[in-house]
Structure formats: structure tokens, C-alpha cells
Design a protein around this ligand. Sequence first.
Ligand code: F3S
Length: 113
Amino acid sequence: MTHVVAEPCVDCRYTDCVEVCPVDAFREGANCLVIDPDACIDCTLCVSQCPVGAIFMDSDLPPKWAEWLELNARLSRLWPVITKARGPLPGHEAAATQESKRDRLSERPGSRD
Ligand code: F3S
């Protein structure tokens, strides 16, 4: 089991979630975070911190975002650890209500802590 960051995070990246993670499981991309499934202990603390409801237990991941299980596993091996909140991305207000953001996911790594 693991928790998974899904599509609502894209272009929002609020980063509130990283502050409560006891095992530093979040990894930072240019416009999204993912969770390292090998680090996540399923504590669930991050779920309620996300303003856009982007974080799910893998077994509760909505079918339309099933690909995000693989994306979290793959991209977490490429992106740096993030442990401190940075505030949301510019334009997060609009992005928070947009659907179908998958094609805007950047696979570029974010900046390091
Ligand atoms: Fe993304 Fe929500 Fe965290 S938008 S960065 S999963 S608080």
C-alpha cells in the first residue's frame, strides 16, 4: 500500500502536504509532487492537508487517475526530496478548478530543498 498524488496537483503544487509527512516521502517536480511508494507508511496525515484533494490511498484512487500509481513510482525515483512548504505555484487559483490536466504534467525535476 502507498498513498498517491493524482492529477489535481498539476499546476497547483500547494506543498502543504510535505510539512506533515513524518518520513519525507514527497518528491518535487516542476509543477507537481509525487509520493515515493517505498518511503510512504500510509499514515494518512497528508490527505487532509491538500486544498484540492489530490492525495489518495492507492486502493481508493479514482479509476480515471489510475495511471498516477505508476507515475508516482517512476517519477519519485527521478525527482528530489521536498520537506518544506514553498507555497503554491502562480496561477494555482485557476488550475485548482480545471479538469484534464494530465497533458500539462512536467516530468522535469523541481528545485532541491
Ligand atoms: Fe499537490 Fe496538494 Fe501537496 S496540490 S503539492 S498534493 S498539498
